[in-house]
Design a protein around this ligand. Structure first.
Ligand code: IMP
Ligand code: MG
Length: 178
């Protein structure tokens, strides 16, 4: 375990098992359809790559990047688009794939923006959910795990751009960000 991590919350094996279950559920729910799965960069890269590889129905991928917290561990409620989708989504079945939903502001912004483009449907898939910090209601259609009010890193999740490469999800030591 890396020295910035207080404790491992989800091991590689636990993540892999849960991601497999989500992929099965999505493959079942979208049978006969071809969903467009949208990765929200950069946090969801690991999750997106593992999840989509386990999906057994035809699907498309696209990528969108939005601003994150910068170096702070708290949400400002401000969201900025850095890279938009490459293609039109009108009439498509969209699944937004995110790393974690915290205050919910990022997802609310994303969902509203994509809804305005008239897709056939939009569902939300998030690896992690921190419900105790929610400030705006969000329905998570596919959820990996719930976490307590702790700052977690690894498997795509960062603090100040670092630690995304850890293969597990761990709690960041408080001394790192306080
Ligand atoms: P929200 O807008 O407050 O829901 O924040 C969502 C974004 O904040 C996520 O996409 C993450 O980039 C970041 N975030 C929130 N909590 C954590 C955490 O515990 N670790 C790493 N990133 C986090
Ligand atoms: Mg993120």
């Amino acid at each position: 375990m890396e020295e910035v991590v207080e404790r491992i919350m989800f091991t590689e094996e636990q993540i892999s098992q849960r991601v497999g279950e989500l992929a099965e559920q999505i493959s079942r729910d979208y049978k006969g359809k071809t969903p467009l799965m949208v990765a929200i960069l950069k946090g969801s890269v690991m999750f997106f790559a593992d999840l989509t590889r386990k999906i057994t129905i035809p699907m498309e991928m696209d990528f969108m990047a939005i601003s994150s917290y910068g170096n702070a561990a708290k949400s400002s409620g401000e969201v900025k688009m850095i890279k938009d989708l490459d293609k039109k989504i009108e009439g498509k079945d969209i699944i937004i794939v995110e790393d974690i939903i915290d205050s919910g502001y990022t997802m609310r912004y994303l969902k509203n923006m994509l809804l305005a483009r008239k897709p056939a449907s939009i569902k939300i898939c998030s690896l992690l959910d921190k419900p105790s910090r929610r400030e705006t209601e969000i329905v998570i259609d596919y959820k990996g795990f719930e976490v307590e009010d702790e700052f977690v890193v690894g498997y795509g999740l960062d603090y100040a751009g670092l630690y995304r490469n850890f293969p597990y999800i761990g709690i960041l030591k408080r001394e790192i960000y306080e």
